[in-house]
Design a protein around this ligand. Sequence first.
Ligand SMILES: [Zn+2]
Length: 413
Amino acid sequence: MRSPERAYAPSNWKDSRRNTQSVVIVLAIIAALVLGGVFAWTHRSVTVSVDGTHRSYTIGTTVQQVFDEEKPGVTAGNLVSVNGNLITEGGGDPYSATVDGKAISPSKAKERGIKGGEDIAFSNGADKTEDYDETTVDVAPKLLMDGNAGAVSYISQWGKAGKATVRTGKVSGETAQTVTTPAQDCVVTVKNITPADGRKLVALTFDDGPSDYTERYLQILKEHGAVATFFCLGSKVEASPDLAKEIVDSGCQIASHSYSHPQLTSLDAAGVQSELSTSFADISNATSVQTTAFRPPYGAFNQETWLKTQGLATVSVIWNMDSRDWARPGADAIVSNSCDGIQPGYIILMHDGGGNRDQDLEALPQIIDRLKSEGYTFVTISDLLASDSSIPSEVASCDETMPSDAVWPTEVG
Ligand SMILES: [Zn+2]
């Protein structure tokens, strides 16, 4: 006889296997239902607004796919050069898009999936700039004039370089410059001198020497308690360095009147620089005075000529009162030409060189006595410049040189 255990064992085993199969099937059904639900949930349809119209899309559809599906009538941007010139029509962004009012780039639009409820809008594509190489360059300052009339011109601001980026288009070959740090322009101020507090100061000036007359001028100045400024020619200083030294020793000021008396406005840059630097060196050799002040022959000097100086000179001095002594009109006329209508801060033009100066010798004591009686004091050009509070002291010193960190301009502005 088979034991009951043995008799029932196969039957129990069969039941057990059947039960296991049922559980698997149930689990599979549950799994299928869950997976199906998840699939349905992740692939459900949502509604978005596209250019104001409600549209249904599967959740997760990208903005790019919406664009491809909707084909809104927008125009692609162009590919343009670094200067904005057309290279390829339609070669820019295919469209512009916003999601809920926020701009989204075409490349981001390929990743941005919709969640439902968004407000999507498409418009014309933006232009795209070609690829470019970029370098940084210095920007030269310009030379500007501040004021256009007056007896003195001086460098009131030195120039400094700026920076710019230069983009060179890889397709067009065009270059485009953008200034990132503006240059500081060099400024030449032109004005008449206005002594502070209305002080009655004037300056006598003598051109074209030194000459055989210079010592007699110095004697008259000394006897009448006056000083003056001598604008000397480098060539004459070379010939008579002792006279140049006497000018300085007497308490008068010496400055340049060029080397050979050319019209500086008609010279090239090298010529202007040579006339200035040679005469400055001659004065320095004869007197040890380091001047950078000058009077241009014929008063001829302009913005272009300043540009040609390369910063060698800092102060140009012309005049307010022309004695016209060069025309030898007689001593009385020289006196009245020098004194009638004079005002504080004025500069009187006379000559100690260039010919017969006997009329000047007669007129000079009268000019000094008359203006002194009118309350005027005679000062050098340096002291006259220093009396004007708007003129920097380094300008008034008449020996300023270009600072090492300054950059001379390459063009007028
Ligand atoms: Zn002259």
